[in-house]
Ligand binder design. Structure first.
Ligand code: NAI
Ligand code: MG
Length: 367
């Protein structure tokens, strides 16, 4: 099958790290491991400079038609005074909304070569491979009413509202179990049913979907605050963690720091399944931003974006073998002692963006 890949490099280090992904995509294509039909577009400040908006309608149409969107990063000081609705971040928000990306996937993987340099105990994180599935379009960040009102006595009262419907919880639960099926068959659902009605409903719905559709798999319920503690104490007890938007925001940042640098962290956002094709809309991006402080110096770590492409191979293209190869190549390169500056430690050799990309490509050729 030919996979339609839409590449949006964006701003700052986005185009630099995406350049390394493009070489890897090209290599997989040449090897016949997977075949890609590639389109490229502009997003963020780059799109604003070209057409006066953070993403054009024609690029939105290409994103809709793609099997997967690879997104670099957007923003930077150059666009600080751009009007709110046209600012670089608006491009990403528009994509998320139009593609209906309700499930945010944040893996926390510990590469053996980096475990020793971590501030955490190596045995706590060595071999760590967990996946946080965060609900991205509902919950307290979007619930109404959302306001600050002035009371009669002159005080102000701020209101945010946590709202979840059955169908919102059902669909994120299905994503979590489907992903767990490709991993270690375990889902941990984090909520606070002890103090929140949304937690009560969350727990009920997750329990029902598990029983009806995924009964052979393991489900565990955990209070979200305890989950944060457990993530730091013994994260290897988890496989997939599913949670709402707010808890997911926090838990994914906790998990991220178990494994180190921003330059290493990939992510994916998935939308609804098309009943005709079984495919989901999907966008893959590094967690980091455009890093204006190092943009143009050739020092950016491309691994977060390369690993995001590995997630695209795995989750959008079902090219599991290719994804495993790419992950192995990254692991081996790190094991050989090569590092970008952001992840350097004693007895390692610091190289730049293109040299890191080239080292990973060379490793792929030798696997
Ligand atoms: P940032 O993630 O761009 O940078 C934070 C720090 O981490 C910087 O010191 C940077 O040099 C370093 N860093 C980030 N990625 C790296 C990599 N691949 N290799 C080596 N070092 C790396 O976050 P910051 O500085 O808060 O934001 C900079 C710009 O990026 C802003 O305009 C912000 O709005 C935008 N941004 C965009 C995001 C996106 O496109 N999804 C996400 C976060 C921020
Ligand atoms: Mg956050």
């Amino acid at each position: 099958a030919t996979h339609k890949l839409f590449i949006l490099p964006g701003d700052g280090i986005g185009p630099e790290v995406m350049g390394e992904v493009e070489k890897i995509v090209g290599w997989f294509g040449k090897q016949g491991v997977a075949s890609f039909e590639i389109e490229r577009g502009l997003v963020g400040g780059a799109a604003y400079d070209a057409h006066g908006e953070a993403i054009s309608n024609s690029d939105m149409a290409l994103a809709q038609a793609a099997d997967a969107v690879m997104f670099g990063s957007v923003g930077g000081p150059k666009w600080a005074d751009v009007p709110y609705s046209k600012r670089p971040e608006a491009g990403l928000l528009r994509l998320r909304k139009a593609l209906g990306l309700f499930a945010n996937l944040r893996p926390a993987i510990c590469f053996p070569a980096l475990a020793a340099a971590s501030s955490l105990k190596p045995d706590v994180i060595e071999g760590l491979d967990i996946l946080i599935v965060r609900e991205l379009t509902g919950g307290v960040y979007f619930g109404e009413p959302k306001e600050i009102v002035t009371l009669e006595d002159g005080q102000q009262r701020a209101v945010d509202t946590q709202v979840y419907t059955t169908s919102e919880i059902e669909r994120i639960t299905r994503v979590a179990f489907e992903l767990a099926k490709t991993r270690r068959n375990k889902v941990s659902s984090a909520e606070k049913h002890n103090v929140m009605k949304s937690g009560v409903l969350w727990k009920q719905v997750v329990t029902r979907i598990h029983k009806a559709e995924f009964a052979s798999m393991e489900l565990e319920h955990v209070l979200a605050d305890n989950c944060a503690m457990q993530l730091v104490r013994w994260p290897k007890q988890y496989d997939v963690i599913v949670c709402d938007n707010l808890f997911g925001d926090i838990l994914s940042d906790v998990a991220a720091m178990l494994t180190g640098s921003l330059g290493m962290l990939p992510s994916a956002s998935l939308g609804a399944e098309d009943p005709a094709t079984g495919k989901r809309k999907a966008l893959y991006e590094p967690v980091h931003g455009s890093a204006p402080d190092i943009a143009g110096t050739g020092a950016a770590n491309p691994i977060a974006t390369i690993s995001s492409f590995s997630m695209a191979l795995r989750y959008s293209f079902q090219a599991i073998e290719a994804a495993d190869m790419l992950d192995k190549a990254v692991t081996n390169v790190l094991a050989s002692g090569l590092r970008t500056a952001d992840i350097k430690s004693d007895n390692t050799h610091v190289i730049g963006t293109t040299a890191m990309g080239a080292a990973i490509l060379k490793e792929l050729e030798h696997l």
